[in-house]
Structure formats: structure tokens, C-alpha cells
Design a protein around this ligand. Structure first.
Ligand code: ZN
Length: 152
């Protein structure tokens, strides 16, 4: 028995040393949205050691995406007003967002009542402790449907 332990110990140590230092960690967060044009949270927190975030958006209402659609968009707080304004000129098919805009750090599709959607994105582009805002870019919603996104 003692011999077996002695033989195994170096093997276990070698295994530990081969393990990557930084593990990929996908952190799941979710937020609900309503027919009353509201998100269920004013703040979403993601820990600093999350390498990826899986954000799930639910629409708990009954109205169609064309009437009361919601999405979840992440930008720096300074980019949020101009991106939201630019999004108002876009269409539902474009998720009411300017096309290929680098200021959009992550976003979901626009959904209607009873639907849910999700987006998974890397945190590599985010700065720990940075100032980020999430919002809905459906025209007219961004003033009410917004919150703080905290990373780190
Ligand atoms: Zn909305």
C-alpha cells in the first residue's frame, strides 16, 4: 500500500504541473424584461476571473417583438447614448444596432414576449473595474431599459 502511494505521488504531481494556470471559466448571468419596458435588474455583476460570460435575456411579457421587442446590448457607458441613438435609425433585422460597430461589446437578438435568447462573449476586451452600461436598443427603450454592468 505504501509503495503504491509512493509510485503514484510523482504521477499526480506531474499531472498538476501540466494543468493550465488560467482555466476558461464561463459565467452565466440572466436578466428578465417585461411588457412594461423594464429590465429586472439595474446591475449585473461578473467576477474578474470569468473568461467568458453567457448572458440570457428573457421576455416575460406577451407583446410581439415588433411592438415591445427587447435586446441586451453592452457598451462602455460613454458609448451607450450615441450607440442607442444610432440604433434607432436601424431595423429589427439589425437588432436596432449600427452594423459592425466596434463600440458594441456584446448583444443579443431582439425578442418578443415569451421568448428568450442568449449571447456568449469573451471578457478579454473588458477592463476590470471599467464603466459599462447594458441597455435595450429597441427605439425609445434605452432611457428606461438600462443598467450597470460590473466586471471585476
Ligand atoms: Zn426594449
Amino acid at each position: 500500500m505504501e509503495n503504491a502511494v509512493k509510485l503514484l505521488a510523482p504521477v499526480l504531481l506531474a499531472g498538476l504541473m501540466l494543468a493550465p494556470v488560467a482555466h476558461a471559466r464561463v459565467c452565466a448571468v440572466s436578466v428578465d424584461s417585461t411588457d412594461q419596458m423594464r429590465f429586472s435588474q439595474k446591475e449585473i455583476k461578473v467576477a474578474a476571473d470569468c473568461s467568458q460570460v453567457k448572458l440570457t435575456l428573457r421576455h416575460t411579457g406577451t407583446l410581439a417583438a415588433t411592438a415591445m421587442g427587447h435586446n441586451w446590448v453592452l457598451t462602455k457607458t460613454t458609448d451607450y447614448p450615441p450607440v442607442a441613438m444610432a440604433g434607432m435609425r436601424m431595423t429589427l433585422a439589425d437588432s436596432y444596432l449600427p452594423k459592425k460597430d466596434a463600440r458594441v461589446l456584446a448583444h443579443t437578438a431582439v425578442i418578443g414576449g415569451g421568448q428568450s435568447t442568449s449571447v456568449t462573449f469573451a471578457t478579454a476586451a473588458l477592463r476590470k473595474g471599467g464603466d459599462y452600461t447594458f441597455f435595450c436598443s429597441f427605439p425609445g427603450h434605452f432611457a428606461l431599459m438600462k443598467g450597470r454592468f460590473v466586471f471585476g
